[in-house]
Design a protein around this ligand. Structure first.
Ligand code: PLP
Ligand code: COI
Length: 341
């Protein structure tokens, strides 16, 4: 199969239409069998529930070319499971996780020419999503839904790739104490748009959000969970009911323990103690592990010892081990790698 003529090493995190996407429709109580289509556009009624009441959720995962030339995805079953939970939280009919993995497989197979080659630094980002399709004017869930999957080749989420970034403590919240922070609802991202534009305007790469109830504890950023490394080499990460259960973070915890022999801890982390950590990183599908060099809290700078030039040493080891597993040169735990072709 011939790859598309794309300058793989120089693409950013943007959308580029590929040849095929998947669509399945839910009507009269069941999902249809689903098809691949070449049409990237969707026609909706002006009163579609997604347009009026934001009834939509999504997922994000990647396909990789491994060292030996296979195309694989990383733990897609967990994305399928999370999307079932997101759908339930928004009163949408879950798209079954087994069918989710099948839809991902079909889309990646059909767009194999867009999967960036091994070693290019790029990957194929896969975006499953679903939304309330029919016209709804009183506040209630839709009756008809679409589940779709498209994909697009991407480079690093943060400009500069592995260079440490600067983030600020946000005055805005991304989630409510008993709200939707733990599911991947589009509305959480709408909540973060003003905050991210304002952060960029003020020279910051991202926002770090505090817990919405007390505003004293670290939660996560707009698109990634957070990890810290203590001075004695322990991995510590926030525990909260209002953050997204990141598949990357859950995988890193296991990698830290089982591959690197590190101690790990999931607990509440107070903003006050952040100054005592040795390293900080953002983790997620898009972010992979992006090092944080500095957190700015209302003019007060918290600078991590590894500085602004390169990743801290422990973050680097975690990054190499995780991406080594994803790219196939380190043996993965049972069930983590889904081979597509
Ligand atoms: N937190 C938020 C708000 C996100 O949007 C994402 C991205 O999916 C993550 C965390 C990381 O989750 P995952 O590692 O499953 O991609
Ligand atoms: C992902 O990492 O898949 C996300 O959904 C984050 C998004 C902000 C691009």
């Amino acid at each position: 199969m011939e790859k598309k003529n794309i300058d793989w090493s120089n693409i950013g995190f943007g959308y580029m239409p590929t040849d095929y996407r998947y669509v399945s429709m839910y009507q009269n109580g069941s999902w249809d069998e689903g098809v691949l289509t070449s049409d990237p556009n969707i026609t909706l009624n002006e009163c579609a529930c997604v347009l009026q009441y934001a009834q939509t959720c999504f997922e994000g995962l990647k396909a990789y070319t491994t060292e030996d030339g296979h195309i694989v995805t990383f733990r897609p079953d967990l994305n399928g499971e999370r999307m079932e939970n997101s759908a339930k939280g928004l009163e949408m009919p879950p798209f079954p996780k087994e069918r989710f993995v099948d839809a991902i497989t079909k889309v990646v197979e059909a767009n194999a020419a867009f999967v960036p080659p091994y070693g290019s630094g790029a990957t194929l980002y896969i975006r499953p999503y679903m939304f309330g399709y029919d016209s709804i004017i009183g506040v209630k869930p839709a009756n008809i839904y679409q589940f779709r999957v498209f994909c697009t080749p991407v480079g690093p989420y943060f400009k500069g790739g592995a260079k440490p970034i600067t983030i600020r403590v946000s005055d805005f919240d991304r989630a409510a104490p008993h709200g939707t922070g733990h599911i991947k609802a589009g509305l959480n991202y709408a909540m973060s748009l003003h905050a991210i534009v304002d952060a960029h305007k003020n020279g910051f790469d991202e926002n770090i959000y505090l817990d919405p109830q007390t505003r004293t504890k670290i939660e996560e950023t707009g698109g990634a969970n957070v990890i810290f490394i203590t001075k004695d080499g322990k991995l510590v990460t926030p525990k909260s009911n209002s953050i997204l259960p990141s598949i990357t973070r859950r995988s890193i915890l296991q990698v830290a323990r089982d591959y690197l022999g590190m101690e790990t801890e999931e607990r509440e982390i107070y903003l006050d103690e952040v100054k005592d950590f040795a390293e900080c990183g953002l983790c997620g599908t898009a972010a992979v592990i992006s090092p944080v060099g500095k957190i700015v809290d209302h003019g007060k700078e918290i600078c991590f010892p590894a500085g602004m030039e390169k990743m801290g040493p422990v973050t680097q080891k975690l990054y190499e081990t995780l991406t080594g597993i994803q790219m196939g040169h380190i043996k993965a735990p049972e069930g983590w790698i889904h081979v597509i072709k």
